[in-house]
Write a protein of this length. Sequence first.
Length: 114
Amino acid sequence: MQQAIELAGRLNKQIQSSEEYKRYLETDRRLKENIELYGRYNEFRRRNYELQYSEGDSNLYDEVFNLVKEYDTILQEPVVSDFILAEQRLCAMMREVYQALSEGLELDYEYLER
């Protein structure tokens, strides 16, 4: 097990030196420089998260569409769109890493099925 932990540490260093992670940090720093824009973008993110994980009877597609429409001017700001793209690329890379780590492992997730 210690060897796996050491390998994970090396993997962490590789991720930190990746272009995806560096770009994410740079766009995050630039976005945070504009305190007002960063605050409004975080409002959007919070509301979007709440919609995605709510258990309401409403139409999720319509609600997300309306939210995006409400925040359209913020989402079109180059610093915001650059950050969103960088975050998406980092998340895609991390998904691939997680998939590679879990490939071949037999884990029981039946309890999640309804």
